[in-house]
Design a protein around this ligand. Sequence first.
Ligand SMILES: [Zn+2]
Length: 389
Amino acid sequence: MNGVSADMNLRNAALQRSISRRRFLWDVARTTAGASVCSFKALGQTLRAPSPAKKLIVVTFGGGARDEETFAPEGQRFIPRMLGELIPCATFFTQVVNRGILGHYVANATLATGCYESFDNFAPTSPRNPTLFEYYRRDSAHRAEDVWVIAPSNGFDRIGASNHPGYGTSFGATMVLPKQLLGRFATGSSESFDHLLRDSYEDTSRVSASDNHATSLQLLADQLKLPVSQFLAYASSISSPDELSLYIAQHLMQHLAPNLLWITLHDIDVAHAGAYSLYTDAILRTDRICAELWKSIQLNPEYKNKTNMFVMPDFGRDGDFEPGGNGFQHHRTGDPLSRTTWMLALGPEIHENISVDRMVESIDLVPTLAAILGCNASFAAGKPLAEVL
Ligand SMILES: [Zn+2]
């Protein structure tokens, strides 16, 4: 297939996704008509609060899900809170296309820079282009403590800062990898945390204590004001690493209230193991975590009425009928379905219950967020999304 027909194929597939997602959501809205589900309304707030949004929480997924297990009628049981609590309060972009490399670290680096990053997904390298975190800190003179990234695995540990001249680590985010903290503090524990310490779903390596830098992790825990015994007790009660990330996110919001918080969830990518029930359990869990984060914003005076939240998978998964693909399990074909995802935007100045059907791209996220934060994403290749500005 030549480049022109491949692009046409992608555009057609993305458009079909958009049409079907809009229809699915319209059906859901019709069956829940009359229910006041938006948090602003539920809390007696006007949608357009007078004070501008000053804080931002971005939730990305390292591993998306197909419509069959999310927006389609047979999949809606796996995303009840997104359908019932988030989408009615959000501007929903129904076709977001990722034209880059479909590996989770490099794709999330693309989301964080607004440029299609092209490095080896498994290489220990920083993004080539400045990240949103660097733009924000450099242009607004914010401290590292104001910008945090919660990353799901060792492979993501350089996503907080680029190696771009003029930017770099001195303007980067403060990184926290919850698995590393758990690996550090669980050393010597009689309890097994193996199910929380697997580094990624595409290999079998484990985050071990010996891989960690004990001193820097202790400093990080001190900076986080992390109650270690509570953290370990919580870890012993949960089933997945993303729940660990939720704990850290809520703890950060409560105790340090950073202006910019970026969280990458990864549980859905358990699909690579090939077990359908683990994959759908992870979708349900991710749905709950997103709703809990939104609820945490509404319940925290530091965030309530001044925070925007964006939610976006890095890309999709293979279609069932693509030669070389096998449906939900992987994202190896680069077919149009694996490239087409969606995005939710919520906040006091963002329209509720709006669907945007035009095609946008993954690289449009950073210019949009930069416009909201008042910084200049001068190297980003995408375009600001006027619908949420
Ligand atoms: Zn994956």
